[in-house]
Design a protein around this ligand. Structure first.
Ligand code: PFF
Length: 449
């Protein structure tokens, strides 16, 4: 079975693929400004603690269930309990994950398309195609439809290659490029006037800010989105992990890479914003907070790049390629969720499954693009604010309450005969049983109210 399903060839391949899923637009366009506006170094510290105390156990629930069952989320959650009713709930939760992953991909694909547009507009402009370059960076429905279509086609072309020759191969190629680009861009920006102000604002700890409950909730929400939890992406990647791997430590490496790259992105974004400030570009909103997300990426940074000459062209192109790569390695993990389900549950070939899932999601993206004002925000809220935490709770409950302790220990002992002596075995089962569902539940209720 395992050989037929596909399996990551190497530990590094798995870590890069899972970190590729985790490291996405959220790490770069959200995290740095969120940190700088909310206590700087104190926020970084809190985020790190939360990510390891709460998001990591939830990540482990997905990875371990996946590795244990070697199935997609629906069949995996259906296989854990004995009781027929609970099996049905498990399978339905898996379908919920599939739908939520598809919804996330449908809006993510649109934003990723904008990144492709910006990445290609700079070189086009340089060789004189000014009108095309302008079209690529100006908001319009035809542009959104075209670029989303291209991005979805790229995503499908990776996923159709399967686990080893598609997902693993491309993650191994793209993730090192992403990290290297981020490091080089940060080092360069740090040499410019104003950069040190940004850096000190990013790192200066202000503990008074982080004691607010709302902030902790926001931080945990971002950690959940950032680790791609709840929707079955980590579960399906875990299901392709060899039985010889030690899941608690590879999971920790994935979480560390995700947090590490988010922190590293701060070394680029905050200094860049203050370099822009020094050159007269507006970086604060009306309320005095730092501009973030789409305004940061599509207005502030392009304005900064335009204050530089040729080097600005190179920086801009490299930056938007970086964003496109971050989006692509995340989107392939989202598409793999429905694709694996169609293959394993309905017996489709990978080719057909990719075509059907990819085209359906692209069609839904098209619908969003055509009704942008009405649907874009709504789909984001439903999928990330409610869908992800709700599904995350169910996954933790399944791992904590419905997975027999002996079977769980046997799973951990597959590659560590002393697993029952480890801290992981002493703490984690209690954690997923009680602490994760309660805290995620509190966050969910507060965000609904
Ligand atoms: N982790 C991605 C990011 O930080 O941008 C987003 C994401 C990917 C969410 C995959 C959910 C998912 F299934």
């Amino acid at each position: 079975m395992a050989a037929q399903r596909g399996e990551f060839r190497s530990r590094l391949g798995f870590i890069l693929a899972a970190a590729g899923s985790a490291v996405g637009l959220g790490n770069i366009w959200g995290f740095p400004t969120q940190a700088a506006s909310n206590g700087g170094g104190a926020f970084l510290f809190t985020y790190l603690v939360l990510a390891f105390a709460l998001a990591y156990p939830a990540l482990m629930a997905e990875l371990l269930i996946g590795r244990h069952t070697h199935r997609n989320m629906s069949q995996a959650l259906g296989a854990l309990p004995q009781h027929a009713g609970l099996k049905r709930i498990g399978m339905l939760t898996g379908i919920g994950g599939l739908v939520t992953a598809s919804l996330i991909l449908s809006f993510y694909g649109i934003v990723a398309g904008w990144m492709l547009g910006f990445a290609s507009s700079y070189p086009l402009e340089a060789i004189g195609f000014t009108q095309s370059a302008e079209w690529l960076i100006t908001f319009s429905t035809p542009r959104n439809l075209t670029l989303t279509g291209i991005f979805m086609a790229l995503t499908m072309s990776v996923v159709v290659g399967g686990v080893e020759d598609g997902i693993e191969r491309w993650s191994r190629r793209l993730m090192p490029i992403l990290i290297a680009t981020l490091v080089v861009l940060s080092l360069y920006v740090l040499t410019l006037d104003g950069a040190m102000t940004g850096l000190s604002i990013y790192l200066r700890p202000d503990f008074s800010k982080i004691l607010s409950g709302d902030l902790l909730i926001d931080a945990l929400g971002s950690a959940f989105f950032s680790l791609s939890l709840g929707v079955g992406t980590m579960l399906i990647y875990g299901s392709y992990l060899s039985d010889n791997e030690h899941v608690p430590s590879v999971g920790a490496q994935v979480a560390l890479l995700d947090v590490g790259i988010a922190v590293l992105a701060g070394f680029l974004i905050l200094p860049a914003m203050y370099v822009a400030d020094a050159r007269g570009v507006a970086i604060f909103n009306a309320a005095g907070g730092l501009l973030s997300e789409d305004t940061l990426i599509f207005s502030v940074l392009p304005a900064l790049f335009s204050t530089m000459d040729t080097i600005g062209l190179w920086l801009a192109t490299a930056f938007f390629i970086l964003m496109s790569i971050a989006a692509l390695t995340s989107s392939i993990s989202m598409l793999e969720v429905p694709v694996a389900y169609l293959i394993e549950r309905h017996g489709l070939s990978r080719h057909r499954a990719t075509l059907i899932a990819g085209c359906s999601i692209a069609a839904f993206s098209g619908l969003i693009a055509l009704n942008f004002e009405r649907l874009f925000g709504l789909v984001i809220t439903i999928s990330t604010r409610y869908g992800q935490p709700l599904l995350g709770i169910v996954v933790c409950l399944f791992a904590g309450w419905l997975w027999h302790r002996d079977a769980l220990l046997a799973e951990l002992k597959k590659n560590d005969t002393a697993a029952d002596q480890r801290w992981f075995w002493k703490i984690w089962p209690l954690y997923v049983k009680w602490i994760c569902p309660i805290i995620i539940g509190v966050i969910l209720v507060r965000s609904i109210l």
